[in-house]
Design a protein around this ligand. Sequence first.
Ligand code: NAD
Length: 363
Amino acid sequence: MVRVKIYGAGSIGNHMAHAARKKGWAVDICDVDQEALNRTQKDIYPSRYKKWDNEIGLYTNKNQPRGNYDLVIIGTPPRYHVSLALEVLKESPNAILIEKPLTTPDLDGLDDLNKKSKNSSSKIFVGYNHVVSKAIKNVNELLNNYDLGEIDTVDVEFREHWGGIFKAHHWLSGPADSYLSQWKLGGGACGEHSHAVNLWQHISRLLQKGRVTEVTCNMEYLKDTNFEYDKLCLINLKTEKGLLGRVVQDVITLPTKKWGNIQGKRGSLNFSFEKNAGVDEVNLMNEKQVIDKKSINKTRPDDFIEEMNHIEQYFCKNSNLDSPISLDKGIETMLVIAACHKSSKLGKTVNIDYGKLISNALG
Ligand SMILES: NC(=O)c1ccc[n+]([C@@H]2O[C@H](COP(=O)([O-])OP(=O)(O)OC[C@H]3O[C@@H](n4cnc5c(N)ncnc54)[C@H](O)[C@@H]3O)[C@@H](O)[C@H]2O)c1
């Protein structure tokens, strides 16, 4: 029986617990807050998935079981991700899934985690689940089978008012109650919707255009005594092989728009998530019209079951398979997030040097 431990009895912790139970895996959830564990049992889990599942173990961190887990999921606010991951590496599970964003934009502790992960048999993932969704797998297949010609540009936008996120956290009274309203703690549009940056990087890899080396970003921040976050984040990206494109992330757009477009000289490939409720779409176009259209029906729980299916492939220790959601890729996204804040502050392009330590990589 596969055994899973989850840190964080909040929104994502419940999604992950449900996904793992759907796969028939044993699940323990740990939290520093007994109230959060009670809320999971009495409120979040039963209201989302009809009833509480008595097989799920609930523990405060102090009483948590250790060792013998196949997968440990870190679903806490971002500022605890790295220190928890360093602790979990000592337990040596087959796999560790750290939620996005990987950490806070100061990148503290990432060099240490990166180094220790390389000496460990545990495979580390970062929770950019869109990249392993059916829609993006379909984008991958179409890119392999259809020649779009020379690629001119790639766009990805995740524009979503965060009212929906707060609806899923009904126990909070608003943004100021959460790290979400603090960009320095990993919140704001740049951290929260960093799925878009990550997808752009994934597409660049599929197109063999390499890693992002130049970031030029403009953000609009809101600040008061109890919050400081970017509500709008406009990013231009250039890669080591010269691909130039754009990412937009915000927490203000209604209705939500989550889409991407790969523009080539002979055609384009576009995708959208949840344009209509419960449907992702992928369209392949020549210069004039749609020539292949896929609609993929899915539910919110499917997003995370798909992610579990992906991670399951890596359960054998020392697996050499590369994953599009590996720690390396999460670090690349975290570097772009940090570069965005720096670029917006300085009003100039920020370069990323992958030959340097993570803490020194931004120039
Ligand atoms: N991939 C996705 O689609 C997705 C969706 C939602 C959230 N997330 C990510 O998941 C993370 C958590 O978000 P959330 O919405 O679940 O937050 P949340 O506030 O709902 O829950 C976080 C929980 O973590 C607990 N916690 C804090 N420190 C802890 C520690 N050291 N050990 C154990 N528990 C601890 C808190 O008490 C809280 O109960 C964030 O990084 C967020 O971006 C990802």
